[in-house]
Structure formats: structure tokens, C-alpha cells
Design a protein around this ligand. Structure first.
Ligand SMILES: [Zn+2]
Length: 319
């Protein structure tokens, strides 16, 4: 059996082919050019499916946005992909090609991958959070993905951590992602130092060792930890898996781990792990390696491959 897996993001569309054991045979990445809108994006996706149609047995799609995974439809997406809300991805593909298609939110897909191969393996209850433009989340409870009543569980970015705080694009004020996302860090550095730096540039030595910037980073990590400690009390997860490009920075993960396990938080019952499918996590000791190697690509390929094997998504396809 061969699976075509496609990951639709605001920056890139990544896609690949795996066999039934999830060995990645091919992997590609093209710009999504999301700003050109939904129609342009879906033309690209349909073109990819068309290229492989006849040579694969099913299509698994992981995508940005809130997803009704039973219908393969985007319930809500922000303006990073204009007009993406309402897109019936599964229907658009199956109207043109006679092939099984499953669609799942990207963080949910990542959680599934972590459960099967990564830092969530062996844990019945864990959380995934990704830090980027916003903060995404996924909840793995009782050995399976928990999506909630209406597929929106795990929107941790919109927990209010600062009542009456900054306006968020969800319409509320003081949301977690306004203070703990990579975008928030970039904003705080700009406001605090006047420097326009990307998340990656902030951690380059000349900036990272700048006293003012380091203070901002440390405050930002406190924001991250504040949200995580709330989640620990709600979910009592065995592991919290942190992803997003910024989490490649060893300093962040080690500081989060240290602060979560500090005496200030009375019930530090969770391990903090970096998003990755090939690492060993020990209590209070975090292995950081593979995202900087080529295996990174293989790892990132897994999530959307794996959404096809997730219990919920597999309905009617693999059974
Ligand atoms: Zn919000």
C-alpha cells in the first residue's frame, strides 16, 4: 500500500509518499503562496494528487486551520490563507479523483505522529503545543485524539492569560498566544529594543547575549510556562510536547523544563519534550538532536502521513 501525504501550511505545501510501514519513499516541498488565496492553493493540492493518482491507495492531508475531520472540511482558518474557511478539501479531491481522502488539523496530526513514533509513545495522556505565529495545540487523552464537541479542542493559544490584555485575532483580549507565541517574542523585542529581528535572529549569539534581549526572552519563557502550568493542572498529562521552529533552541526547552519543575509549581507532574519522533525522553532530562539533522524532514513528514492511520480519520478507509 502507498499513501500520498500532503501537509498544507501558510508557507509551504509538503508532500510525500510512504509505504504501509510509513517509510518515506519520496518527499517534496513547494511554496504554498497562501496569500494568493484558497483557489490557488487548492489547484496546487489537486495537481499533486493528480500527479500520483493511480500509484497511491489513499491520501492523508494535514492542514492549518480548524478541521471537521469527518467531512474533511475547514471549519475556520485565519487570514494567513485567505478564504480558506469553509473549504471542502475532501469533497474537492474526491469529486475529481476516485480515492479515499482523510483530512486532519496539522497539530492533531503531529500529536498522532508523536503518539506512534515520538515523545508521546507509551503515554495515554499528553499534550502537544506548537509555537509560531500563534500557539496551536492538540490533546491526546485515553490513548486517542480528543477533538471536543465541535473539533476545536486544544486551541490553547486562546486561553486568556492576561484579562483585558492585547487584542487577539479571535476577537478576545489577553489570549495566551499574544504573549507566548514566536510572533509575541518578535514584537516584544521590537518594542523593547527597537530591533526588527526574526525569531531565529533573536537567538543568534550577538542578540542572544545582549542583556536587554535576554531579559525579554526570559520574560517570554515565563509567559510560556504560565500557560503550560495551567494546562498541567487541567489535564495532568504525562508529557507535554513542544513544537514550532523556535523550539529548536535548546535554551528555551531547558528553561521551560527547569521552571516547570521549580518549587513554584506545586505539582510538576509532566515531562517537557521537544517535538520529534525520534528521541528518548527521560524525566527531567531532555534529548535534543534530531530536528537539526536530515531526519527532521522525515519526522515532519510523519504527521500528515499518520493522520491517515489515526483512529478517527481512518473511518471507512482502512477498516
Ligand atoms: Zn485569541
Amino acid at each position: 500500500m502507498k499513501i500520498l501525504a500532503i501537509d498544507i501550511g501558510g508557507t509551504a505545501i509538503k508532500y510525500g509518499i510512504t509505504d504501509e510501514n510509513f517509510n518515506v519513499c519520496e518527499f517534496y516541498e513547494i511554496p504554498s503562496e497562501a496569500k494568493l488565496g484558497r483557489d490557488h492553493l487548492m489547484l496546487k493540492v489537486l495537481s499533486i494528487v493528480g500527479t500520483y493518482y493511480g500509484g497511491v491507495d489513499c491520501v492523508g492531508i494535514s492542514t492549518a486551520g480548524q478541521v471537521n475531520s469527518e467531512e474533511g472540511r475547514i471549519i475556520f482558518a485565519n487570514e494567513s490563507i485567505p478564504h480558506y474557511t469553509g473549504t471542502e478539501i475532501k469533497k474537492m479531491i474526491t469529486e475529481k479523483y476516485d480515492i479515499p481522502v482523510v483530512v486532519e488539523n496539522d497539530v492533531n496530526s503531529a500529536a498522532t505522529a508523536e503518539a506512534m513514533f515520538g515523545s508521546g509513545k507509551g503515554s495515554n495522556d499528553f499534550l502537544c503545543l506548537t509555537y509560531g505565529t500563534g500557539v496551536g495545540g492538540a490533546v491526546w487523552l485515553g490513548g486517542k485524539l480528543y477533538t471536543g464537541h465541535d473539533f476545536s479542542a486544544g486551541e490553547f493559544g486562546h486561553i486568556v492569560t492576561h484579562t483585558g490584555g492585547l487584542r487577539c485575532n479571535c476577537g478576545n483580549n489577553g489570549c495566551y498566544e499574544m504573549y507566548a507565541s514566536t510572533s509575541a517574542l518578535v514584537r516584544m523585542v521590537r518594542e523593547g529594543t527597537g530591533k526588527e529581528l526574526t525569531g531565529r535572529e533573536i537567538f543568534e549569539p550577538q542578540n542572544f547575549h545582549n542583556t536587554a534581549i535576554r531579559a525579554i526572552i526570559d520574560n517570554w519563557i515565563d509567559e510560556i510556562v504560565g500557560g503550560l502550568s495551567t494546562l498541567i493542572f487541567i489535564f495532568n498529562p504525562a508529557v507535554i510536547i513542544l513544537g514550532g521552529g523556535i523550539m529548536n533552541e535548546d535554551y528555551i526547552i531547558s528553561e521551560i523544563d527547569k521552571r516547570i519543575h521549580s518549587k513554584d509549581i506545586k505539582k510538576p507532574c509532566s515531562k517537557i519534550a521537544q517535538e520529534c519522533s525520534e528521541r528518548h525522553i527521560l524525566p527531567r532530562k531532555i534529548s535534543i538532536s534530531c530536528r537539526k539533522t536530515k531526519k527532521h524532514f522525515r519526522t515532519r513528514a510523519f504527521p500528515f502521513l499518520l493522520c491517515a492511520r489515526n483512529g478517527r480519520c481512518s473511518r471507512g478507509i482502512f477498516q
